[in-house]
Ligand binder design. Sequence first.
Ligand SMILES: [Zn+2]
Length: 211
Amino acid sequence: MSVQVQQLPLGPLQNFVYILGDDVIRQALVVDPGWDVHAIQDGLAQHDLTLAGVLVTHTHLDHINAVGDLVKRADVPVYVHKAETGPLPVSAGSVTRVGGGDEIPLGRHHVRILHTPGHTPGSSCFLVDDRLLSGDTLFVKACGRTDLPGGNPEELFHSLGQIATMDERIAVYPGHDYGDAPKTTIGAEKRQNPFLRFHSPQEFVRAVTGG
Ligand SMILES: [Zn+2]
C-alpha cells in the first residue's frame, strides 16, 4: 500500500518524467510529461496503471511538450500552479489551477503542492508520502536557473530555505538528471549543496547572478 515512483530519463535535456502509481487502485499521476509519450505510456502499461491526471512543476517546454499527446488519449485534469504564466498545449477546460497547500488525491494518498517560486513564478514541488519531486527548484548539488523570463533569485532563496526545513530523510527526485546521482535526500543536500548554504538573500543573489 504505497505510491510507487517510476523515474523516466527522457529527452535531450536530461529531463526526468515521473509516474506516481498507487498499487492498490492502479491509478497514476504523471509529473512533467515531456518528449516521449510512448515511453510514458509504456511505463504506465508495464505497471498496469491507468492515467488519472497530470501535474506540471512549471510550464517550460521541456517539462510539458508531451502533455497534449498524453491528454489526447485520456481526458484527465492537468494541474498547474495558478501563478504560472506559460501556455499549456491542452484546452483550457483540461487545466486545473492549484495553490500551495492544495492536495491532489491518488488512491488513499495525496500529493501535496508546495509553491516554490524562483525558477518561474508558479514553480511547484510535489510531496507524496516521504518523497519530494523538486522540479527545477532543487537539483542534486545544484538549483534551478533564475535568468529566464519570470525567474527571481530572491524568491528561489526563500523557496530553497523552505525545502531545507523539511525532514532530512525525505527523498528528493529532481526535474533533470544534472547531478552525480539521479536522486538525493533533503539531508544530503543540506550537507552537500552549496546553494543551500547561504544565510542571506543578498549573498545568494550575488552568487547565482554573478553580480
Ligand atoms: Zn525549467
